[in-house]
Design a protein around this ligand. Structure first.
Ligand code: SF4
Length: 704
């Protein structure tokens, strides 16, 4: 029989921050199948429902295949000249801060790197932010306050080695399913291992929990302040560690103790539940506290992060096997974005935009003529600046702010008013593309090539195994072409993603004498072939380290040396700030993901087996609230805030906490008549991180 011709490609799942390895096989007829990569250290062959259905999401239906200008097909030259010309003209007339880029955790690191370099180094503005602002900006800010660096200390193996895993504001079973499976498997093997979930809703994650704390929205700071005080009284303090490696305990403890009497009211938890949790934490050495969007997406998100970290510093439970705070990111490459400085308040390679030494270092490395000195506008403020006319040209890449930012109708209005809007997209019709003056077709998963970094700092390759459809191009290429047309050709002489990666690795090691956490300088000389074949690498991977160490699990802070000037970690005093309902509204809206959908469903919406899990948006309510409000199970309900309204189907369940309503975030104007929930969500942000409080909007919920 003739030999079967097929191509087999190792790549990485494009969805969540777990970063699972995927093996994609294309057979002779062009059919694609996927399976988990048994050798990838994030998943060891496992895939969740979304990852397993990747092959069913690859059709070219509704794809944007050619550049468009003013809704008419255009050549790349025409479109790129127009973008470069309009940006240059706007900068000439109104200054560099009159333009802005809005990127995405869906970017590959190489895309992110080029976008950040162009905007901060050569256009000379900090106005580049990304949808990662909605994902983990509070973790970044909390890490930096405590550690002096944006470092996730632990690894996935720590979650398996822990004797207690505390999951705060994280429906891991649906949102990071393979990490959930790893914890569940570890617990099966070691039944003494305990799991606690902290969430206003009892979710699929709570099914493996020994204790579920149905906390009041916004109660996390109070909970961990209460824990801090309890640990002190229970004799669980690691005094030597605190003395040698930390600063600021007394003040943090005084602030925490100041509201101890209000703990039950502030958390909405019974004394018995609080005691059970506190005793378990105090009595278990190996504790990992995993937290996600219930912590980050809050107007007090940074304080929540630090309240958690404070408890780990107090007990010295950080940097050791099975211990530590662990932020798990929502998107596939939120971490890569952090590495390149893709947020408006970062520089690059974990350097700070406001630090003169870092500024000098990056300026010399890039030979940047106009490196921005000041942070730019963060996501929510960036679109406010579009609305008020101070930003006159905006380029949106690989994301859809008209559906994902809070107060989303206002974002649509801002784009309608904006004189020049560029959108780089894989899809032709989204709620954002209709406002584009120029549409640029991007490559999607399976077509693009580069790297992503997962939640445990592991850099993996996304590899192309499909031909580029139509005239679609990689984001890094599009940005490079615009940079060249703006007159910066010598600094943007990239011909392939490996060129960008080498520069990124070199910058990470540039004048880095072990004084920055992010370091990939061990890969600075990687040639094209080695880049093609690159295995997953966890950072830091420093120049001169043996190659074997690239694949080792690496943990930070084992020696207790942090990245503050005195190398000591900081306790941060975190004040409890109870959430207040807006007058006239009686419930709090929480938004989030469902198991089988991803973001605005442009990919997962194509797979029938994924859409059959949950076919329409819903509002999850407690029966007591449903009775009070006259809402019938499966009846239609209207969810209204000061900002907008949505109509979805009622899902009445005891799993939900009284006074709270949960609506998923995936449905848009393209796939649901009235279920676009971010039109309802309030825009206030955390004052430190700029992350919006996507999980606590004052609303009314009424029968429709
Ligand atoms: Fe993809 Fe996340 Fe599922 Fe892994 S857990 S297959 S990265 S969606």
């Amino acid at each position: 029989a003739p030999a079967v011709v097929e191509t087999v490609t190792r790549t990485t799942c494009p969805y969540c921050g777990v970063g699972c390895g995927v093996i994609a096989t294309v057979d002779e007829g062009g059919s694609v199948s996927v399976k988990g990569d048994p050798d990838h250290p994030a998943n060891f062959g496992r895939l969740c429902s979304k990852g397993s259905a990747l092959a069913e999401t690859l059709s070219l239906d509704d794809r944007l295949l050619h550049p468009e200008v003013g809704g008419i097909r255009a050549s790349w030259d025409e479109a790129l000249d127009l973008v470069a010309g309009k940006f240059a003209e706007t900068i000439r007339e109104h200054g560099p801060d009159s333009v802005a880029f809005y990127g995405s955790g869906q970017f590959l690191t190489e895309d992110y790197y080029v976008a950040n370099k162009l905007m901060k180094g050569f256009i000379g503005s900090g106005n580049i932010d990304t949808n990662s602002r909605l994902c983990m900006a509070s973790s970044v800010a909390g890490h930096k306050r405590a550690f002096g660096s944006d470092t996730v200390p632990g690894t996935y193996t720590d979650l398996e080695a822990a004797d207690l895993v505390v999951l705060v504001g994280s429906n891991l079973a649906w949102c990071h399913p393979v990490v959930f499976q790893r914890i569940a498997a570890a617990k099966d093997k070691r039944p003494d291992m305990k799991v606690v979930t902290v969430d206003p809703r009892r979710t699929a994650t709570s099914e493996i929990a020994d204790l579920h704390l149905s906390i009041a929205p916004g109660g996390d700071v109070a909970l961990f302040n209460g824990l801090l005080v309890h640990l002190t009284r229970a004799g669980a303090v690691d005094s030597a560690y605190v003395a040698d490696h930390t600063v600021g305990l007394t003040e943090a403890l005084n602030v925490a103790a100041g509201r101890s009497a209000d703990l039950e009211a502030d958390t909405g938890l019974s004394r018995a539940d609080l005691d059970a949790f506190f005793d378990l934490f105090a009595g278990t050495e190996k504790v990992v506290t995993v937290y996600s969007q219930g912590v980050n997406q809050s107007v007090t998100g940074t304080d929540k992060v630090n309240a958690i970290i404070n408890c780990h510093l107090l007990t010295g439970r950080i940097g050791r096997e099975g211990m530590g705070p662990f932020s798990i990111t929502g998107q596939p490459n939120a971490m890569g974005g952090r590495e390149v400085g893709g947020l408006a308040n970062q520089l690059a390679a974990h350097m700070d935009i406001g630090n003169p030494d870092d500024h000098d270092r990056v300026g010399r490395f890039w030979q940047a003529p106009a490196l921005a000195h000041e942070p730019g506008l963060k996501a929510v403020d960036l679109f406010k600046a579009v609305a008020d006319g101070s930003v006159k040209a905006v380029w949106i890449m690989a994301t859809n702010p008209v559906d994902s930012l809070p107060n989303a109708d206002e974002v649509a209005r801002a784009l309608e008013l904006c004189p020049f809007v560029v959108v780089t997209e894989v899809m032709k019709q989204t709620d954002a593309t209709k406002y584009a003056d120029v549409l640029l077709p991007a490559l999607g998963w399976g077509e693009k090539d580069g790297t992503v970094t997962n939640s445990e700092r592991r850099v993996s390759r996304q590899r192309a195994f499909l031909d580029a459809p139509g005239e679609a191009r990689g984001d890094w290429w599009i940005l490079t072409e615009v940079a060249c047309r703006m007159g910066f050709a010598s600094a943007f002489a990239y011909e392939r993603p490996a060129d960008v990666f080498r520069e990124h690795a070199a910058l990470s090691g540039f004048e880095n004498e072990g004084n920055r956490d992010f370091d990939l300088s061990g890969l600075v000389d990687i040639d094209d072939k080695a880049f093609d074949e690159m295995l997953p690498v966890q950072w830091p991977f420093r120049a001169g380290e043996p190659t074997a160490q690239a694949s080792e699990d690496k943990r930070f802070f084992s020696a207790g040396r942090f990245y503050t000037p005195d190398r000591k970690a900081r306790f941060i005093p975190t004040e409890v700030k109870p959430l207040a309902l807006d007058a006239g509204f009686d419930m709090l809206l929480n938004t989030g993901r469902v198991r089988d959908q991803w973001h605005t469903m442009t990919r997962t919406g194509k797979a029938a087996r994924l859409t059959s899990h949950i076919a329409e948006p819903f509002a999850e309510l407690n029966p007591v609230d449903a009775d009070r409000l006259g809402i019938l199970p499966a009846g239609l309900v209207e969810v209204t805030s000061r900002y907008g309204r949505a109509v979805v189907r009622a899902l009445v369940t005891e799993r939900q906490r009284k006074g709270s309503v949960f609506v998923p975030m995936h449905w848009t104007g393209q796939n649901s008549a009235k279920g676009r929930i971010d039109a309802v969500v309030a825009p206030p942000t955390d004052p430190i991180s700029g992350q919006p409080g996507l999980k606590a909007t004052a609303v009314n919920t009424r029968p429709y």
